[in-house]
Design a protein around this ligand. Structure first.
Ligand code: RB5
Length: 145
C-alpha cells in the first residue's frame, strides 16, 4: 500500500514519529511536506495529498495539523476525497469500513504519538465493507455532482 502524507508546521511536530512507524510497518510512503516547523498554510498540504490520492498513485493519505480539523475540511473540498478527522481508533476503523475514507487526519495538539500510531494502524488495517454501505457512500458522491 502506498501512502501520501502531509502536514502543516504544527503537524510537523508529530509527523516524524508517524513516518518512522509506517516505515517499520513496511508501507511505502511519500512525504509531501511541510518539512520544517516554519509557518505554512494547511490547505496547501491538503491539496498535495488529496491530489496524490486522486491520481491513484497512492492508495491512501494521512494529514496532520494542530487539530486535524482545518486540514481535513480542506481535503474534503476535493471531489472524490472522503477525509475523516479522528482522535481515537474506533472511529478511524469504522470510517474505513462504513464510509470508505481515503484520507485520515489528526491533530498534533490533540493526540500524542502513541495514540496517533494506534489510530493510524487501525485505519490502515481496516477495509471498506461495501454492501449496505455502498448506496450511502454513493449518495455522498452524488452531492459532488
Ligand atoms: C495552525 O495554527 C492551526 O490553525 C492548524 O494547525 C490547524 O489546527 C487548523 O485546523
Amino acid at each position: 500500500m502506498k501512502i501520501a502524507i502531509g502536514s502543516d508546521h504544527v503537524g510537523f511536530e508529530l509527523k516524524p514519529a508517524i513516518l518512522e512507524y509506517l516505515t517499520e510497518l513496511g508501507y511505502t510512503i511519500e512525504d509531501f511536506g511541510a518539512y520544517s516547523g516554519d509557518r505554512v498554510d494547511y490547505p496547501d498540504y491538503s491539496k498535495k495529498v488529496a491530489e496524490a490520492v486522486l491520481s491513484e498513485e497512492f492508495d491512501r493519505g494521512i494529514l496532520i495539523c494542530g487539530t486535524g480539523v482545518g486540514i481535513s475540511i480542506a481535503a474534503n473540498k476535493f471531489k472524490g476525497i472522503r477525509a475523516v478527522v479522528c482522535s481515537e481508533p474506533y472511529s478511524a476503523k469504522l470510517s474505513k469500513e462504513h464510509n470508505n475514507t481515503n484520507i485520515l487526519a489528526f491533530g498534533s495538539r490533540v493526540v500524542g504519538p502513541e495514540l496517533a500510531k494506534m489510530i493510524v494502524k487501525e485505519w490502515l488495517d481496516s477495509k471498506y465493507e461495501g454492501g449496505r454501505h455502498s448506496k450511502r457512500v454513493e449518495k455522498i458522491r452524488d452531492f459532488e455532482n
